[in-house]
Design a protein around this ligand. Structure first.
Ligand code: ZN
Length: 379
């Protein structure tokens, strides 16, 4: 056989080898994260230290400005427009979540935030307390491993990692949620999409995902973009510090509010008055195996939900409403979360109490583990 022919074969083989290396380099491979219900002798109650000395603050970490025009997707509104609207609405904490860009604001406290992701199926992540932008993404259909890879990269660059509108366009599937790990919060409430059922999938598979609610506002001059979904954060200190906010979000000393649709087109003044009048959480305690939730005002209904999203108890008040309800915790309960409905169909979504092994320690997210092929190629 001529020598030249042999050399050609060698080059083809080398080419295939190189393509394979690049392929595996591009293709992160992770084992599915451990998926098992919460267990342990104790209950972790995120609200155990809530009392009347603290305050609840309004927060939104999801609004887009026009800093980079098309890319940050905020249409016409400037950072100043956004801050001034939310200030008028009585918000205490505001983060501008532009795409792939940490937009500085003069807000005190300043919370650096951005939204990560430019793929076709809206698999997005919220980075709250962002130290740096991670510029890469997988733009086509993402495998679960690729999603895990992005989460791990973001984890190294942020204080609080959020799965944004996870159920929207199947951004995260049911299987994804069962086996992904390493994030802190779940954007259950978003003006475009509610991901309540998927949240129960995360919780039922032992992922201690805490709630956030956000407007995902793209134009604050549209009433329907404002004060629809928000996060309410508890604090005891008079001066708000970013670290306190991150700790409250991760530890769960916060809850989500979904404002009734009736107020979607209301004026800023009306929206604010409505928020000012909405009852707040006074306490959420465990006493003698009962979970007792008390509000500062009356509600129409309390729903207690547990493993696999099962409704454990529904307490409906008389016509004038009820401000407190309890549920007797059962041996088989793994987590219990409470959703409270008001007469106008606004809702409060409390974070779950969860079974845990160590007293007063939130059950940890399972570790993410690479498969061996990826261990070789990943730096
Ligand atoms: Zn998004």
């Amino acid at each position: 056989m001529p020598k030249r022919h042999n050399r050609k074969k060698w080059w083809i083989a080398a080419g295939i080898f190189l393509v394979l290396i690049l392929f595996f380099r591009m293709m992160p491979l992770y084992k599915p994260a451990l998926s098992a219900p919460f267990s342990g002798p104790y209950w972790y109650n995120p609200y155990r230290e809530v009392n009347t000395e603290g305050r609840w603050m309004r927060a939104n970490f999801h609004a887009h400005s026009n800093v980079w025009g098309f890319f940050t997707n905020g249409r016409k509104n400037t950072v100043e427009d956004i801050l001034s609207k939310y200030d008028s609405l009585g918000y205490d904490i505001m983060g501008i979540s532009d795409y792939q860009n940490i937009t500085q604001t003069p807000e005190i406290p300043y919370i650096p935030v951005y939204e990560h992701g430019y793929n076709i199926l809206k698999t997005h992540q919220g980075s709250i307390g962002a130290r740096e932008v991670y510029h890469r993404d997988y733009i086509l259909l993402q495998t679960r491993s690729q999603k895990q890879h992005i989460l791990n990269k973001l984890r190294q660059r942020t204080e609080v990692l959020v799965l944004n509108h996870p159920d929207w366009m199947g951004g995260y599937s049911l299987r994804d949620i069962r086996f992904l790990t390493g994030y802190d919060c779940f954007e259950v409430l978003n003006d475009f999409w509610k991901s309540e059922d998927l949240w129960d999938v995360a919780l039922s598979s032992g992922k201690p995902a805490m709630i956030v609610g956000g407007d995902d506002a793209h134009n604050v001059f549209k009433q329907t973009d404002l004060a629809r979904d928000l996060t309410i954060i508890y604090t005891v200190s008079d001066t708000l510090k970013p670290n306190d906010i991150y700790r409250a979000l991760i530890g769960g000393t916060a809850y989500g509010v979904e404002v009734t649709k009736r107020f979607s087109r209301a004026s800023v003044v009306e929206k604010r008055r409505n928020l000012d009048n909405m009852p707040m959480l006074r306490s959420c305690k465990i006493r003698n195996d009962s979970l007792i939730v008390t509000l500062t005002g009356d509600a129409r209904e309390f729903r207690f939900t547990g493993q696999d999203g099962k409704l454990l108890k529904k307490v409906t008040g008389p016509a004038n409403g009820i401000h407190t309800a309890f549920y007797r915790l059962q041996q088989e309960d793994t987590y219990v979360r409470v959703k409270i409905a008001f007469p106008d169909s606004s809702h409060i979504y409390l974070n779950p109490i969860m079974r845990t092994i160590e007293k007063d320690i939130k059950p940890p997210m399972p570790a993410s583990q690479k498969r061996w092929l990826f261990r070789i190629f990943d730096k």
